[in-house]
Design a protein around this ligand. Structure first.
Ligand SMILES: C[S@@+](CC[C@H](N)C(=O)[O-])C[C@H]1O[C@@H](n2cnc3c(N)ncnc32)[C@H](O)[C@@H]1O
Length: 218
């Protein structure tokens, strides 16, 4: 049980998506064999959908791992000019760079080595899409930086926001996860209770939150 949705529902949706006849299947298999957490299949499909609607030119990702989601995003649209993706684990960075090269995206995807918070405080360009997928216990701390780096009409997609259901239900909370859960709740309150934003929280995968700035002209 994912704690978010029913297993039969996830299975049904994942079967519909299928194996993608996917060039990324090799990376998906590697992730399973080596227990590397990558985005769930239905989240991958959702991100592809958003990219095709939004058509971002510049993307910032928090959490590269083996480069799966950044390669997926880059393959989805030829219009993407650059993806900056932040990762602190040296081993992951090495594997991601190999994969990025293998898929021919070395001119578009740049892995930035470091702690998200440090890197975020130093970046000074604007992005059309920001994908948060690292440091679950710090999304609330990342948010002000991400908002500074987000184009006026940009989108933030945050993964794992329901964290195995714990964020929505006290009975599911494991004691050692309580700090992450509290901070994730804080993040969701920050993006949900502020009239300047429109946020939709979707119980998909481990839970995603999609945030945009409300159009002030309305
Ligand atoms: C869930 S994985 C990213 C998966 C990737 N987005 C994908 O779907 O292919 C999270 C990654 O973020 C990295 N990470 C976690 N906390 C971090 C932090 N505070 N700063 C930088 N990287 C971090 C981990 O080392 C891990 O590789």
């Amino acid at each position: 049980m994912s704690g978010i949705t029913f297993d039969y529902m996830e299975q049904y949706i994942r079967n519909l998506i299928g194996d993608n006849a996917n060039v990324l299947k090799e990376l998906e298999d590697y992730a399973v064999e080596n227990s590397v957490p990558i985005i769930h299949k239905e989240v991958a499909r959702f991100i592809e959908l958003i990219i095709n609607i939004k058509r971002p030119l510049k993307i910032l990702e928090l959490g590269t791992a083996i480069g799966y989601s950044s390669i997926l995003m880059c393959s989805t649209s030829k219009e993407i000019r650059k993806i900056h993706t932040i990762e602190r684990d040296k081993n992951m960075i090495e594997i991601a760079n190999e994969n990025i090269k293998k898929y021919g995206f070395q001119d578009k995807i740049k892995v930035i080595s470091g702690e998200c918070l440090d890197v975020l405080s130093k970046l000074d360009e604007k992005y059309d899409l920001i994908f948060m997928d690292a440091g679950k216990g710090h999304y609330n701390h990342f948010l002000p930086y991400c908002l500074n780096l987000l184009e006026k009409d940009g989108i933030i997609i945050a993964d794992n926001v329901l964290f195995r259901g714990m964020v929505a239900c006290d009975k599911l909370v494991k004691r050692r996860k309580i700090t992450i859960v509290k901070r994730m709740r804080k993040y969701l309150e920050m993006v949900s209770n502020n009239k300047e934003f429109i946020t939709s929280i979707i119980p998909m995968g481990d839970g995603i939150a999609v945030t945009i700035r409300r159009n002030k002209d309305e």
